[in-house]
Design a protein around this ligand. Structure first.
Ligand code: F6P
Length: 510
């Protein structure tokens, strides 16, 4: 199993002390001015939580959009600030972008176009030419910053790009500095080639991604979808056996790397007094002592239409209808972290969630008990772990999700090996957490049935399932994810772009 120390060692040996430059749209630490005071917060979402421990181990530079109202004043003139604030170990370089440009790039092309296109969650993607122009422009701005960080010297630099916001960046970088080692991880699904046909600028986008030496997805299935999409749309040589693409003399390896969490650090919090205090806080907040509630369920998500939040609430509603003996005995806490509120679909989803919560609560509430407690706000990791520890079951009902780290976090918090995970089949996590109760989130009957199974499950069965899931979680931590990406890259001879025997063997075993 990899650790921060083994990852650091790998970077210093194989990467020969190369500069380690990460790129993402979302920054890991946001400084905001609230009532005249500057506060620092960490955003919701798997990407920043997963990359922060890796960057701490690498000691490199993370280039990201500066989104906080106090970001500029807390960084130096070039946008650099040492983070984490409490114990700095790497540099965050903030890129400040004009609001309109960023809105067209982020709300427009990235989240109004690519996000629904890749998730196929029945929300129509919108492709506006001006958003595409802004997407290109922002990729260019980031390319300039990366090239500046990498410098012109002979020492190697490794650029690790995150996500669908930067599909054009790899080619822009390679065109201007072919010596860079460039890898990208696509944190969301890649759709089948038929769905991708709707994207208007296919060639440019795919060519951009093929600037990478290595392109990673969570699942093998997403890699295959990508290879088929390229084969259909570009002049190049696609090797489906070797999982690579050769275009204009350059080779891009395409590989699955299921992402994870910092499992040990998560467990350490779960076993600490801090978590105990948070658990006590939730117990009091939810008035669990006096309420007669025997089972607590939890759902924790960014408010996103891919997460299936209304479906889950209606699943709970059906459960209460079909299992009258559990009315007033089950309490469901839904945490929804506001996200992408500038986009119409997200505003509509917020209204739909409010209506659904109201509908279910009106239908079943009695004597001070309401089945759903909804918090539209974020909580920090300690608070979430405190809640995981209290929850008898956790519900993840994404309609489609690259991975879903909430599922892995719940499992990591369950130190006593109890608790039940209800998990959508359409998440990457479902490929690893086989002992969850797997459901089709589009079928609310299955969600209702899974809740009924969860509240009736014996301790022995909970133990058996949870132990298996915890074993799997412990085996694949976030450092393994990064280590696998780096070792795959190093086996590939980036100077000649030839593939060695090991790489071929590894591809054949996929
Ligand atoms: O799931 C895809 C993803 O980009 C994550 O990688 C990220 O944590 C999440 O969406 C949050 O998105 P945003 O940065 O738009 O808030």
């Amino acid at each position: 199993m990899s650790t921060p120390a083994t990852l650091r060692e790998l970077i210093n040996t194989d990467l020969r002390g190369a500069k380690f430059i990460a790129v993402s749209n979302r920054e890991p630490y946001v400084h905001s001015r609230v009532d005249g005071e500057i506060t620092c917060s960490r955003p919701a979402g798997g990407l920043t939580a997963a990359m922060d421990p890796i960057m701490r181990a690498s000691g490199g530079v993370w280039i990201a959009h500066g989104s906080g109202s106090a970001d500029a004043e807390t960084a130096d003139a070039s946008g650099r600030i040492a983070v984490p604030p409490e114990k700095p170990s790497y540099t965050l370089r903030r890129i400040l972008i004009d609001d309109k440009l960023h809105q067209e790039f982020y709300n427009g092309l990235a989240n109004g176009g690519l996000w629904p296109l890749c998730h196929i969650a029945f929300t129509r993607p919108i492709f506006r030419p001006r958003d595409w122009e802004s997407y290109k422009r922002v990729n260019q701005i980031f390319a300039d910053a990366v090239l500046e960080e990498a410098g012109d010297g002979p020492e190697p630099a490794f650029v690790f790009i995150q996500d669908y916001h930067f599909a054009l960046l790899p080619r822009m970088l390679k065109d201007r500095n072919p010596r860079l080692i460039v890898a990208q991880f696509w944190h969301i699904p890649w759709p089948n080639r038929e769905a991708f046909r709707a994207f208007p600028w296919k060639e440019e986008l795919l060519d951009g991604l093929l600037g990478n030496d290595l392109l990673g997805f969570h699942l093998r299935y997403h890699c295959t979808n990508f290879l088929e999409t390229v084969d259909r749309n570009l002049e190049c040589l696609v090797n489906p056996e070797q999982f690579n693409v050769v275009r204009n003399g350059g080779t891009t390896l395409v590989r699955p790397f299921p992402i994870s969490i910092d499992y040990d650090a998560h467990q350490a919090i779960a076993s600490s007094e801090v978590a105990e205090k948070e658990t006590a806080w939730w117990r009091e907040q939810l008035n669990l002592q006096n309420s007669g509630v025997g089972f607590l369920g939890v759902g924790i998500d960014r408010i996103d239409y891919t997460k299936g939040i209304p479906d889950r609430l209606l699943g709970l509603d059906l459960f209460l209808e079909q299992n009258p003996e559990y009315r007033s005995k089950v309490q469901f806490v839904q945490i929804g972290v506001p996200s992408r509120v500038g986009i119409g679909e997200y505003q509509a989803l917020n209204a739909e969630i409010d209506e659904t919560v109201e509908y279910v609560n009106k239908r079943w509430s009695t004597n001070g008990w309401s089945p759903i407690v909804f918090y539209r706000r974020s909580f920090n990791l300690n608070q979430l772990i405190g809640l995981h520890k209290l929850a008898h079951f956790c519900v993840v009902t994404s309609l489609h999700d690259g991975m879903n780290l909430v599922a892995k976090e719940y499992v990591a918090s369950r130190l006593d090996n109890t608790g039940v995970l209800i998990l959508s089949r359409f998440t990457g996590s479902a490929r690893e957490l086989h002992d969850a109760l797997l459901v089709n989130p589009f079928a609310i009957g299955e969600i209702a049935e899974a809740i009924a199974t969860a509240v009736r499950m014996s301790h022995a069965e909970q133990n058996h399932r949870m132990l298996n899931m915890r074993r799997s979680g412990a085996e694949h931590n976030i450092y393994d994810w990064a280590t696998k990406i780096l070792t795959t890259l190093f086996r590939f001879n980036r100077w000649t772009h030839e593939i060695d025997d090991d790489t071929e063997e590894e591809a054949e075993s996929l």
